[in-house]
Design a protein around this ligand. Sequence first.
Ligand code: TNX
Length: 491
Amino acid sequence: MLDPTQLSRMDALIPAPVHARPDPAADFAVTAATAVHAADAAASVGEHVAEVLRACTGHPIPVREGPAPDGAITLTLDSAVGHPEGYRLSVTNRQVTLRAAAPAGLFAGVQTLRQLLPAVAGPWTIAGGEIRDQPRFAYRGAMLDVSRHFYTVAEVKRFIDQIARYKLNVLHLHLTDDQSWRIEIRSWPRLATYGGSTQVGGGPGGHYTQEQYQDLVAYAASRHITVIPEIDVPGHTTAALASYPELNADGVAPALFTGQGNATGFSSLATDKELTYRFVDDVLREVAALTPGDYLHLGTDETHATPEEGRLAFIDRVLPMVARHGKTVIGWHELLRSPDLPVSAIPQYWGRERSDPLMAAAVAGGHRVLLSPAHRVYLDMKYDLSTPIGYKWAGCIDVADTYDWDPGTYMDGVPEPAVLGVEAPLWSETLNSYADVEYMAFPRLAALAEVAWSPWSTHDWDSFARRLATHGPRWEAQQMNFYRSPQIPWI
Ligand code: TNX
């Protein structure tokens, strides 16, 4: 394997771009005179790149409108680039030019530009050359389970920043489960104030007020990341059932649950009570109103405590509510047990089989799907048997396992055009702190990001491992608690 310290920065990008032509003689020096030129819809991304450059160089880096002189970094919108998340980046001694059809593409280009800067210390040059790039999959997601353990607004923002650097564009927030309810619902206030008051192990927990949730959504949007809220129903609902006795079949509230739970599901909303549907509709209405993105995730997994007939009736009634509130449903793939789903509904596959008749039938019927095969992308699985936290029910998952699979050919009857995208879920039963989140997420999320963004023609484990090695110093500089997998030749 080539020595990673010899890699040029343009050869070390993650995710790998569609096309890159490094030109080591064309590095661009960022100086006290460097300005960013960006107007109109490009201006906010212009401010973002200026902020990145100010933070590392200490130079003023003003953002200006108008024609760019020599020595400038220019961001322009140009419909000729085509794909809304694609970009063209050209770096010469005299100027840096970034073009994209939409701000999301400029933002993706800026994430590339960051990696063209030195990892830790100056001289602050942007590595020279040309890049043409666009994503393979539209949906590139990470899920954070804030229910089993609570993470503060500041911690979730840090996670957003960390995933944005690798061009992920979806943050799925698992907001409710047996252990807690983490989002304020004004029509059912005890969900958050009581149902959110604890976490696994019995610690204090917490919840997001509606203002805090909106602040998170806006922060994510400023990084071109869509938040998808998950309200897991009808199972995984002890926190709600504990908060309101009338939601229980027998009218008796269970105690709050602070164990880790089991992988089968032991709680259920009362699917034959009319009040249940008023409750779900109220919750979905409030959450939809706070969420600008297109999707609501309804969970629907592991409903072993819900009689099957009740489960089907529940899903039949609840899916149209989501549509009435203007959103498209995502559910874990158990959703496919319901016949006659609207074709817009998106199953998220978390199984380990490469063949699933319900998935193939859904695709044949026109559904698009999300792939999260547990033994590849479940970030709560241990790396190896010595990993102190995490589970191993789907196997130990080291970086190469997350890297070496092709979503476009992964499942029988699920060809690439049917794959909306991929997502790596991070369940948090065993993650006691945000440092634990980082440890399980990185470096595996970088591998997932490349699977999601880069064309399969660039897929190459040796190359990836070498490139990843150069990201270690960047993560150290950000005080990230990442796992130093022995598969990677860290520098
Ligand atoms: C299964 S995958 C779950 C989660 C657990 C996870 C632990 C899925 C849809 N449900 O409730 O947290 O396993 O690995």
